[in-house]
Design a binder for this molecule. Structure first.
Ligand SMILES: Nc1nc2c(c(=O)[nH]1)N[C@H]1C(S)=C(S)[C@@H](COP(=O)(O)O)O[C@H]1N2
Ligand SMILES: [Mo]
Length: 364
């Protein structure tokens, strides 16, 4: 199987490899296995020799660094956390049902996964480099070259300094207590919990402390939320809203959309995730398209930066097509919006509309 992934991955593109697990593969597991974790690549996967890899830290620093893997892993204290990554294109398929989204893959609800990450704090490396605390942004760059960028260029991005110095932001070389797989960024990737996946730059080899956000295509032009009437073909640097913290979202993982069920007693389950420093407060499930709601049981989060799974036992009526709807609320009492139609944007980012699956139940 490609890149050690399970046989039932939904492959959106073989090369560069882009794939998500089916709903059922994410159901019920807090930590996603390496063979199941989604993969999002904008260019060919680089094969970086860990012995020759160096991390350059420069820009607004008083002591630029060039760290080998040995130095990075031995010079700084190690930290471990469980964090969910979520692509800004997660659930784009639901938005593409509203109106076409040319040139972007129709990701389902599986462009999100959770792993245990081990590494060092970005903040510790920035301090060692004597980073100017007044510089507002920390930029990352990787060796992979994306032909889908305009012009083609290395993948990169940035985060505001306030996030870069936060305890949870890691330079990680382990995923689920094993060496980071090549396709997930070996030898070292950035992990920015609570931010869109694009900021967790894989194969990172360059960190620049700067006054401004990165001018890399994937920060300045892509991963920005354009208004519905905008033409992405002419969008340029700085158009639209820059995406950082992940919006509150949830989806149903079981039963599967289109499933044929016996009916009667059924357990509905799924995930919910609130990015930034918000947490999921409640998940509601409806069997009548939002007229009435039942509160699901929320499994406590393994870690503040991890998604939460939820379950609801319910009775499905026989011999019917039943739409199951779910919506999450966060601790600011914000809820997911009702429909993707209200959210549609030309690149199909941040579909966090109510989750819906339709199942058919057998006659009694
Ligand atoms: N160097 C590099 N880093 C990258 C990307 C990439 O194409 N190149 N894709 C980003 C995007 S858009 C996402 S959603 C996450 C996905 O991480 P994963 O492939 O480990 O799941 O990686 C991010 N880091
Ligand atoms: Mo992404």
């Amino acid at each position: 199987m490609a890149w050690g992934k399970r046989a039932d991955m939904i492959v959106h593109e073989a090369d560069p490899y882009n794939a998500e697990p089916p709903r059922s593969a994410l159901a019920g597991t807090q930590v996603t296995g390496e063979d199941t974790f989604y993969v999002r690549n904008h260019g060919p996967v680089p094969d970086v020799d860990p012995a020759r890899w160096r991390l350059h830290v420069h820009g607004r620093v008083s002591a630029p660094l060039e760290l080998s893997l040995d130095e990075l892993t031995s010079r700084f204290p190690q930290h471990e956390l469980t964090a969910t990554l979520q692509c800004a294109g997660n659930r784009r398929a639901g938005m593409a049902e509203v109106a076409a989204i040319p040139g972007e893959a129709h990701w389902g609800p599986g462009a999100t996964s959770t792993a245990v990450w081990t590494g060092v704090r970005l903040a510790d490396v920035l301090h060692a480099a004597g980073a100017d605390p007044g510089a507002g942004h920390v930029c990352f760059e990787a060796p992979d070259v994306s032909q889908s960028a305009d012009p083609p260029q290395h993948f990169g991005g940035s985060i505001p300094a306030a996030k870069a110095y936060a305890d949870e932001v890691l330079l990680a070389w382990q995923m689920n207590h094993a060496w980071l797989p090549q396709v997930h960024g070996a030898p070292v990737r950035v992990v920015v919990p609570g931010y869109i996946g694009a900021r967790s730059v894989k194969w990172v080899d360059r960190i620049t402390v700067a006054d401004h956000p990165s001018d890399n295509y994937f920060q300045a032009t892509a991963y920005r939320l354009l208004p519905p009437e905008a033409d992405p073909a002419v969008a340029t640097h700085g158009d639209g809203l820059s995406l950082g913290p992940v919006a509150l979202n949830s989806d149903i993982l079981s039963p599967d959309d289109g499933a044929h069920l016996r009916g009667g007693h059924t357990v509905v389950s799924g995930y919910a995730f609130a990015g930034g420093d918000r947490t999921v407060a409640r998940v509601d499930v409806s069997l009548d398209e939002g007229t009435s709601w039942h509160q699901a049981h929320l499994t406590p989060a393994a870690d503040p930066w991890s998604w939460q799974h939820w379950q609801l036992a319910c009775d499905l009526p026989p011999a019917r097509s039943v739409t199951i709807t779910a919506r999450a609320w966060d601790d600011t009492a914000a809820a997911q919006p009702e429909s993707a139609a209200q959210l549609w944007n030309p690149k199909g980012y941040v579909n966090n509309a109510w989750a819906r699956v339709t199942v058919v139940t057998d006659p009694v």
